[in-house]
Design a protein around this ligand. Structure first.
Ligand SMILES: Cc1cc2ncn([C@H]3O[C@H](COP(=O)(O)O)[C@@H](O)[C@H]3O)c2cc1C
Ligand SMILES: O=C(O)c1cccnc1
Length: 351
């Protein structure tokens, strides 16, 4: 085990089956035909079991946003230049990005961490700097990161999650910003699922057809160098992913160990979730999934995780935007669970 990562194998917290059963019984007593609130019932029951309470709630919601650059951007695998990562970190912190608007509208807490964008013109207001390097290595030629960098990234995600737990957060959302990170996420997922690049590759920020073909070739090259099936998920994470992806893996494992439910965003975040589950299968119990991403490989990752995301809105942004959009659903599911009258209370006849 890599020095500084021994905590990965610590057990996850068990789910409170009694709280989930009590929530299920309450749902069946509320003034509606049994099961008629569909997945909203499921959400309340799941959260009750995860939070160990008859009064589940996603609030306070903590959003952790991790940003980093990717050496593989040099292969022309994104429709946008690498400098956009740092520019978008400033935009997110300045309030103008999609996630900035969503976090504000939801009154959610957000912490932004720069783990290594290539531009470094000094501190950015409201952004934590935990620079691990000036972006990762180009995975088409070399490993993305060293074991030391992997440990630093995963520990940054762990520490951010511990801060969230200690400050009373009841739902964790992770998001990312990193030009070319759909290439890293696709390579990682292909290696973990033992699938070829063509099975998962997609346009990311908007590559045209020839661009997607080139991107698949780059991923195929990366998989040939690093993707050997006898490598551990941790090794694949170091070789094929990115600092922000590794931080999210650390965050998810820590959340499950500390008992904090997670709402997983789109394609990129799901690749990290898959890696976390491969390292610690019990992490799966702590994950809810917000939406199906338009990035084609997302479906494969959802199938591998036996996940059925709540929404299907054609989103393909990242930044935790889809998870943020699903928060009102969780709020409404919990409000219904807590505030609806039972048949007995309302004097409504049961069958
Ligand atoms: C302006 C802008 C804002 C974004 N916000 C999220 N992403 C998303 O796009 C990137 C991944 O796509 P690819 O692998 O094709 O580069 C990530 O930063 C992801 O968060 C953005 C991308 C852009 C251009
Ligand atoms: O679903 C995502 O996370 C995604 C898809 C395309 C581009 N950026 C992010």
């Amino acid at each position: 085990m890599i020095e500084g990562l021994r905590w990965i194998s610590q057990p996850c917290l068990p789910i409170d089956a009694m709280a989930a059963d009590a929530a299920r019984r309450r749902q069946d007593q509320l003034t509606k035909p049994r099961g008629s609130l569909g997945r909203l019932e499921e959400i309340a029951i799941r959260l009750a079991g995860l939070q160990g309470t008859p009064t589940p709630s996603p609030d306070p919601v903590q959003i952790l946003l991790f940003a980093a650059d990717h050496g593989v951007a040099a292969e022309g695998v994104s429709a946008f230049p690498q400098t956009v990562t740092n520019q978008m970190v400033r935009n997110i912190a300045g309030g103008g990005a999609a996630i900035s608007v969503l976090a504000r509208a939801l009154d959610a807490r957000m912490e932004i961490t720069d783990l290594g964008t290539v531009e470094d013109p000094g501190p950015i207001p409201n952004v934590r700097s935990e620079r691990i390097g000036a972006g990762t290595g180009n995975i088409a030629r070399e490993p993305a990161m060293t074991d030391e960098q992997l440990a630093a990234a995963m520990n940054a995600g762990r520490a951010a999650t511990e801060r969230a737990v200690d400050s009373g957060a009841r739902l964790l959302i992770c998001g990312e910003m990193g030009i070319a990170n759909t290439t890293a996420a696709t390579a990682l997922a292909c290696a973990l699922l033992d699938l070829p690049a063509a099975a998962l590759v997609g346009p990311g920020t908007g590559l045209d057809e020839p661009g997607v073909v080139r991107k698949a070739e780059v991923i195929t090259k990366a998989l040939a160098i690093h993707g050997s099936s006898d490598r551990t998920p941790l090794d694949l994470l170091a070789r094929l992913s990115g600092f922000e992806l590794a931080a999210m893996v650390g965050a998810f494992i820590t959340a499950a160990q500390r008992g904090l439910p997670v709402l997983v965003d789109g394609f990129i975040v799901s690749a990290s979730a898959l890696a976390a589950v491969r390292m610690q299968p019990e992490v799966r119990d702590w994950l809810l999934f917000s939406h199906g991403s338009a990035e084609p490989g997302h479906r494969r990752i959802m199938a591998a995780l036996d996940a059925d995301p709540l929404l299907d809105l054609g989103l393909r942004l990242g930044e935790a935007s889809g998870a943020a959009v699903a928060v009102p659903l969780l709020r409404l599911a919990c409000a219904l669970h807590q505030q609806m009258a039972t048949f007995g209370e309302a004097g409504v006849s049961e069958v």
